[in-house]
Design a protein around this ligand. Structure first.
Ligand code: APR
Ligand code: PHB
Length: 389
């Protein structure tokens, strides 16, 4: 079997790239390890930057987003009982859209299927071959049979635990990593959100986050030890701890209810360089991971997709390889800025084991400076709504 671009991974990166290429008449096959139902069962943040919104519009998958997405013109930051607002509109003239990533993925699947997209689910033993040649190919097992897919290019969109990054010989790649000494215990509840806008809450007891999926579905997190077992937390214990980390007014206004999902996510910063090896191009979580504090995961994958799509389009239109040759450098320039913002915001808002009293005072002073200084708020807002592609 042959295609033009083999895409490993049927998450948001792979699907968005596949749909954009399809609209240019470029053939793709998406190879996904899990079932579609499993992919759609993942609960992920849903803060979409304007760049991603533009890509989804170009891909023709912004219909439901336009009607169900919630525009957010600012966000709230609190520390103990102090709370202030970062006004995205006033500071940048732009906003973000809150719309669950699961819904983005669902919309992308619907679009690919409507176009007769080649999606292979539950593929096993994917192996990328001859990526450093002009005739790369992928072998894999599907429905009990071994398959070989000849292609011009391979897009490694298979996330942090995928095969693509590891296909690049260790001698040819370099990784940068910071594992944070804590995680996020997250709860989804069918309750009205405590606030119309997201609250990033610092406190003496640790970080908390108040978010939402829609007016009747709330998403909350509290910082916890990285090894925390969610089963060890009753709903009541979670709500009590969350309240203790919020300003009094929000703690009193919080509407609690049974959790419909409860899980712990580890926090990590990670980048691999380069994001290309021959005809293999890494995209999204396959190449980089950010802590969720700035909601940059999908939004940084989106700029990778943009650069790779533009490079592939130029190559197929005119044989021009310049943008493909510039892909890794261009993508990494933006990746590192997202890594920095996510690391900075995480470092500002969380407790770190072993932190000295002086360190804690520095955090508190920076939050108080942020509360009072327009230039500091503008820097945060520019990063949050999305730096240019
Ligand atoms: N073969 C085929 N598919 C694979 C393999 C493999 N060897 N390994 C992983 N996959 C699939 C996973 O099952 C997953 O569906 O690749 C997909 C990768 O999707 P994500 O992990 O969501 O990564 P990405 O598409 O880059 O998403 C970027 O969006 O999902 C959010 O916040 C998340 O930061 C992430 C962002
Ligand atoms: C979420 O809604 O899950 C969410 C929102 C903002 C973040 C992280 C997660 O920074």
């Amino acid at each position: 079997m042959r295609t033009q671009v083999a895409i490993i991974g049927g998450g948001p990166s792979g699907l968005l790239l596949s749909q954009l290429l399809h609209l240019q008449g470029i053939k793709t096959v998406v190879l996904e390890r899990r079932s579609k139902a499993h992919v759609l069962s993942r609960i992920r943040a849903g803060v979409l930057e304007t760049g991603l919104l533009s890509l989804l519009r170009a891909a023709g998958v912004d219909g439901r987003l336009a009607s169900e997405g919630i525009p957010h013109h600012g966000t709230l930051i609190s520390y103990e009982d102090m709370m202030f607002r970062i006004d995205f509109e006033a500071l940048t003239g732009r906003s973000v859209m809150v719309y669950g990533q699961t819904e983005v993925t669902r919309d992308l699947y619907a679009a690919r299927e409507a176009c007769g997209g080649e999606l292979r689910f539950e593929v096993q033993d994917v192996s990328i071959c001859a990526a450093d040649s002009a005739a790369p190919y992928v072998i894999y097992t599907h429905e009990g049979q071994q398959k070989r897919l000849e292609c011009d290019f391979i897009a490694g969109c298979d996330g942090f635990h995928g095969v693509s990054r590891k296909t690049i010989p260790p001698r040819a790649r370099r990784t940068f990593e910071k594992v944070y000494p804590f995680g996020w215990l997250g709860v989804l509840s069918e309750t009205p959100p405590v606030s119309d806008e997201i609250i990033y809450a610092g406190s003496e007891r640790g970080f908390a986050l108040c978010s939402m999926r829609n007016p009747l579905l709330s998403r909350y997190y509290i910082q916890c030890p990285a090894s925390e077992d969610p089963a060890g937390w009753s709903d009541e214990a979670f709500w009590t701890e969350l309240r203790s980390r919020l300003p009094r007014a929000q703690a009193e206004a919080l509407v609690t209810g049974p959790s419909v999902e409860k899980s712990v996510a580890p926090l990590r910063s990670f980048v691999t360089e380069p994001m290309r090896w021959g005809r293999l191009f890494l995209c999204g979580d396959a190449a980089h991971i950010v802590p969720p504090t700035g909601a940059k995961g999908l939004n940084t994958a989106a700029s990778d997709v943009h650069y790779l799509f533009e490079g592939l389009r130029a190559w197929y239109e005119s044989g021009d390889a310049h943008q493909l040759d510039a892909y890794s450098e261009r993508a990494l320039a933006r990746v590192w800025k997202a890594e920095r913002f996510s690391w900075w915001f995480t470092s500002l808002m969380h407790h770190f084991p072993g932190q000295s009293d002086f360190d804690r005072r520095m955090q508190r002073a920076e939050i108080e400076f942020l509360a009072s200084n327009r230039a500091a708020q503008q820097a945060l807002a520019e990063n949050y709504v999305g730096l240019p592609y």
